[in-house]
Design a protein around this ligand. Structure first.
Ligand code: IFM
Length: 459
């Protein structure tokens, strides 16, 4: 008999538009289409998981698993091909059908407005580097809430603004490929301000809707107790976690990081200073947050010299060492538990939804067509147990959305990483529920975390 799942704790799964939808010929170009083409990466986004044309099948699979909630994102360029202007009726119709299909099956929708797929037409005129895009995003949010606000109760403005700003504008490894830290911090600021303005637009049109932001956090510990590693870890935490959490919760940008960035001539975060921060922006960012979305995969050990570097010690790829996933990420459910307690202590959020958590392992169907992905099942078991422990310790964790429903397109890595609880054959598009998917179904149906046979993913 596994441990019980508390009443009211919600279990579901998550995806994003660019990673599953396909039907790229029926929407506007996005920065990811352009980035993939210019960099010569595998052109997997054109078809992805063909979700647009397999919507009913995918909805039925969600129902078969008994999901209580489903998080998806809207492709901005599917509803507004140029990012603004006249909406595309077929694009809006697709999201109508998706939301109605969820509701018919008793699955609560969690809608994300922005999961990194900026319309290319907006990037051509400055993208998130310019303030105008805040207004464009607010208008897009108003369009979507006007259309779906009567049926979607949970609205996530942004997914992982750290990734969108830093990987996309500092490191050059994600779209649109910028390589400047000052630009990346400007982008981060515009993302945060647009969270606030979109929150206002959502509330104006749908007062009962709940507003959330999905923040990817990477909890850090010093590699040793040497002073320089402790100082580096504090900096990493500011760079990676507090820069986003502090202003969202009304604390403003963290003083130590404001000083560090300004002294280094990288960014002026003072309202009315030399940077993009205007008077009133911090109040805009700090709109009341109904739900903090937490995307958690792993923690990190930091040593001096790596205070802004989260390159994994283990390279991504198949056959990872024990206790790691194929992303090279260590499996650390205890870190999730500790971080949830910290969120409660430092920010006292009204509620926390774990909006992403999951593991990449490439197990495929055996001769009988079963996918025995015991490492993923163990990962989910242990992280759910950690989340439930935190809830029982008083942290308002309302649920957990597994990343991901389907094996999907892992950005620059194409189909090389498989996060799904449903296997997708990317040649035939055939879906096969993995053992982890059946385990999730059993957990939801029995309101317990069934024991997992074999070794723990973190062993
Ligand atoms: O696939 C991504 C997702 O788009 C954002 N969060 C992390 C996932 C795994 O890398």
């Amino acid at each position: 008999m596994g441990r019980s799942i508390p009443d009211g704790f919600v279990l579901g799964a998550a995806t994003s538009a660019f990673q599953i939808e396909g039907a790229a010929d029926r929407r506007g170009e996005t920065i990811w289409d352009r980035f993939i083409r210019v960099r010569g990466l595998p052109d997997t986004g054109l078809v992805a998981c063909d979700h647009v044309d397999r919507l009913d099948e995918d909805l039925d699979l969600m129902a078969e698993l008994g999901l209580q909630a489903y998080r998806f994102s809207v492709a901005w360029a599917r509803v507004l091909p140029e990012g603004h202007g006249r909406p595309d009726a077929a694009g809006l119709g697709f999201y109508d059908r998706l939301v109605d299909g969820l509701l018919e099956r008793g699955i609560v929708p969690w809608l994300t407005l922005y999961h990194w797929d900026l319309p290319q037409a907006l990037d051509d005129v400055g993208g998130w580097r310019v303030r105008d895009t805040v207004g464009r995003f607010t208008d897009y949010a108003a369009l979507m809430v006007g259309r779906l606000g009567d049926r979607v109760p949970n609205w996530i403005t942004h997914n992982e603004p750290w990734v969108a700003s830093m990987l996309g504008h500092r490191d050059g490894v994600f779209a649109p490929g910028g390589t400047d830290m000052g630009e990346a911090l400007t982008v981060a600021h515009h993302l945060l301000v647009s969270h606030g303005t979109a929150a206002q637009a959502i509330r104006a049109a749908a007062p009962a809707a709940r507003v959330a932001a999905a923040i990817d956090c990477r909890p850090a510990v010093p590699a040793t107790d040497r002073e320089e590693d402790v100082v580096a870890t504090r900096h990493f935490d500011g760079f990676r976690n507090r820069w986003f959490l502090d202003p969202l919760f009304g604390h403003g940008y963290p003083d130590d990081m404001v000083d560090a960035y300004r002294t280094a001539g990288r960014f002026d975060a003072r309202p009315g200073g030399d940077g993009p921060v205007r008077d009133g922006d911090l109040d805009l960012i700090a709109q009341p947050l109904d739900v903090l979305g937490l995307n958690y995969y792993t923690g990190i050990r930091i040593s001096a010299g790596r205070e802004e570097d989260e390159t994994p010690d283990v390279a991504p790829g198949p056959n990872p060492p024990e206790g790691h996933t194929e992303m090279g990420w260590p499996v650390q459910p205890d870190v999730l538990h500790g971080f949830l307690l910290r969120l409660q202590r430092d920010y006292a959020p009204a509620s926390i939804m774990i909006t992403e958590n999951g593991a990449s392992f490439s197990d495929g169907p055996d001769a009988e067509g079963r996918v025995h992905d015991v490492r993923r099942t163990a990962y989910l078991h242990d992280h759910l147990a950690a989340a439930i422990d935190a809830r029982e310790a008083g942290v308002p964790v309302e649920g957990h959305l597994t990343w991901s429903l389907l094996d999907n397109l892992e950005w620059t890595q194409g189909f090389a990483q498989r996060f799904g609880v449903i296997h997708v054959d990317h040649t035939t598009q055939r879906r096969t529920v993995k053992d982890s998917g059946w385990w999730l179904r059993d957990a939801i149906a029995s309101r317990t975390l069934p024991d997992v046979p074999g070794p723990s993913a973190g062993a």
